[in-house]
Design a protein around this ligand. Sequence first.
Ligand code: PLP
Length: 355
Amino acid sequence: MKKYNFYAGPSILSQYTIKNTADAILDFANTGLSLMEVSHRSKEFVAVCDEARNLVKELLDVPSTHDTIFLGGGASMQFCMVPYNFLKKKASYLDTGTWASKAIKEAKLFGEVNVVASSKEKNYTFIPKNYTVPDDSDYFHITTNNTIYGTQIHNIPKVNIPLAADMSSDIFSRPIDVSKYDVIYAGAQKNLAPAGVTIVIVRKDALNSTDRPIPTMLNYMTHVEKESMFNTPPVVPVFAALQTLKWYKENGGITAMQKKNEEKAAVLYNEIDRNKLFKGTAETEDRSRMNVCFVMNDEYKELEAEFTTFAVAAGMVGIKGHRSVGGFRASIYNAMPLDSVKALVRTMHDFERQH
Ligand SMILES: *Cc1c(COP(=O)(O)O)cnc(C)c1O
């Protein structure tokens, strides 16, 4: 039976990525060796790394002031690397969910942290909007898409200081103005590649600006200078990332992804709003186009387990909501085809007809 992969992360990848990576695991670039057993300094792999870096630059329009690096440690490692490298005295953060609050916790180890606003009181169902960011902050940290709560920042705040952003679950889903950011980071396992690589885009002239000594591995400059080859990068995930980036390019680039994502999200939210059994959990204007969270309507609460079984029987995988929200979450990242979203909509519709 066809499976529809709605997992939040690790999550769906394009068949192009999976097939090419599987092939390279057997024979990488006609070397007669597996991708898993070649030197990261071989000319074949250096070419992979270079091409991936160049494609990120091309797809996201990364200006020459910025560099792209591939690191290990997950997005969670960036929660400390960002303040380690950029927090001189004070930084501002927007608290929009679990990941944002984890980033805040780490930043407090390095200096004064000013949380400009939080939606925690309402279980992070919305993106706070009316707040001021003090101009004497070294940076303003945002989480552009809140994977767990299904909210997304649709209007990037206009502030007088550099932005720092966790884009783990919506990078490459829409165009961004990289020049506004000192640092952008994203764990690969939501919209790019298997877990193991984190993509980081940093403004070069903002590095080395703190007085504190930074351990070599946690210093962005180390990886910028060595072009992600200071130590062994996660070779297989970087190769897979390159395949996804090529697939993005072949499919019209990031504006085409954005258009497709808007269409998919509209189809699913329309059904959630139309179907008498379900309701969305996030404020309408802040709804995420990547992670769609919904629950049973109050009168139909007792049908939750039954719908779960019904959806599984229809081939839907990974739609159980995160424990802090409950209900359901359908993650519809770039690699998710519109037809799969329509299949979920049909399942919701069929279930409604039975009740
Ligand atoms: C998944 C996720 C993380 C954590 O990523 P790891 O690579 O597991 O550390 C951080 N931020 C956001 C927004 C995420 O979706």
